[in-house]
Design a protein around this ligand. Structure first.
Ligand code: PLP
Length: 403
């Protein structure tokens, strides 16, 4: 029987998503509950936005108290919350400057605008010639400029024309970067590990080689840490698995503590200082509610050792996934608690996710063949064991169907 809540949403909602047939009504920690009272382990955590767990009590308290005191004012005025948030973000990441936005895509746009203006005003690139280089398989968001960098046909089809000065190179090969750089190149935008692209981990040394090439050619290296940052891969920032210092990063998702959209572009002083009043902004970016929650979200990462937890639980989870030994599994890969399980073509990853749903595990496939596991970083060993148990059963069921 069709669920009336689903039917109701479909009545007037745009069809730009295709959700699994489950209606969630409550969340707590790693768990969510549906409208019939069934409990699930959330292995998606809102595409990594719920790293702290659903409705973290400290974050909810900060949100409630700040909402009751002062939530939003125009950036035409100072508030007592923004400075403390930005200072902490800079102190923790080692960048000199931070610019607050809301969604990830807005922070990426901010980074690209900063890079272009830096190219004209500091590097000396000729007017309207600045180029941005990104990688095939990237995911940086959904604005027109950003999908102009995408190599996924569906993300682009019907949305052109795209801005000029966007180049795409294969991911994982530093020589391709060196070949693509011209005197007009402003920035190289890269995910330290591609999340939406299918949990693609580049070989060790890739980021270091890219950083050296960018330095040699006076090109900004900007790491998109929206999904990989804030502990997800077992380091505060995923680029820290290598000894590099990019010129800028973008953060989002978990920065909002699973409660609000909060994003940041962080960079060296020379890059951010290209912005002057009126160049760029956002009505909601840096509002006191977001700043209070963002600061608390950063503090909790350290207070609750979530970064170390991602490293140890991620290692345990990957080890357990490797014990599954199903003929349907092609590869297990990832870092920390950002893990992909790739199945071979004989069975659809989407069908496996539907089966997992029935076993009380919520996740979704990416790129048809990869099942993504990105649970809240607070996940416990026993909960991982429950997921592994469910996976074992689901693979046996699927193998039987194929036999
Ligand atoms: N960059 C990366 C690496 C992402 O994974 C995402 C979202 O999945 C984005 C940017 C876009 O973030 P948002 O959906 O908040 O605009």
């Amino acid at each position: 029987m069709p669920n009336p809540i689903i039917e109701n949403e479909r009545l007037s909602g745009a069809r730009n998503y295709d959700p699994l047939p489950v209606v969630l009504v409550r969340g707590e920690g790693v768990f969510v509950w549906d409208d019939a009272g069934n409990r699930y382990i959330d292995m998606m955590s809102a595409y990594s936005a719920v790293s702290h767990g659903h409705c973290h009590p400290v974050l909810v308290k900060v949100l409630q108290e700040q909402a009751a005191k002062l939530a939003i004012v125009s950036r035409a005025f100072y508030t007592d919350k923004l400075g403390a948030f930005l200072n902490l973000a800079c102190e923790l990441t080692g960048f000199a400057r931070a610019l607050p936005m809301n969604t990830g895509a807005e922070a990426v746009e901010t980074a690209l605008k900063a890079a272009r203006k830096w190219a004209y005003t500091v590097k000396g690139v000729a007017k309207d010639k600045a180029e941005i280089i990104a990688c095939a398989g990237n995911f940086h968001g959904r604005t027109i400029t950003i999908v102009g960098l995408s190599t996924i046909p569906q993300y682009r089809a019907g949305f052109g024309p795209f801005p000029e000065g966007l180049k795409v190179i294969p991911y994982g090969d530093p020589l391709e970067l060196e070949k693509a750089i011209t005197p007009h190149t402003a920035a190289f935008l890269v995910e330290p590990l591609q999340g939406e692209g299918g949990i693609i981990v580049p070989r060790a040394g890739y980021l270091k080689a890219c950083a050296d090439i960018c330095k040699k050619h006076n090109v900004l290296m900007i790491c998109d840490e929206i999904q990989t940052g804030l502990g997800r891969t077992g380091k505060l920032l995923a680029y820290q698995h290598e000894d590099i210092q990019p010129d800028g990063i973008v953060l989002g998702k978990a920065l909002g503590g699973g409660l609000l959209p909060v994003s940041l572009f962080l960079s060296r002083k020379e890059v951010m200082d290209v912005f002057t009043p009126g160049d760029h902004g956002s009505t909601f970016g840096g509002n006191p509610l977001a700043a209070a929650v963002g600061k608390a979200a950063l503090e909790i990462l350290f207070r609750e050792n979530l970064i170390e937890r991602a490293a140890t639980m991620g290692k345990y989870f990957q080890e357990q996934l490797r014990t599954l030994h199903s003929s349907l599994i092609k590869e297990v890969r990832g870092k920390g608690l950002l893990i992909g399980l790739e199945v071979n073509d004989s069975y659809s990853a989407h069908e496996l996710c539907l089966k997992l749903l029935k076993h009380g595990i919520l996740t979704k496939e990416t790129h048809q063949t990869v099942i993504r596991f990105a649970p809240p970083l607070i996940i416990e060993k026993e909960q991982i064991d429950t997921v592994i148990h469910a996976l074992r059963e689901v693979f046996v069921e699927a193998e039987k169907e194929l036999a």
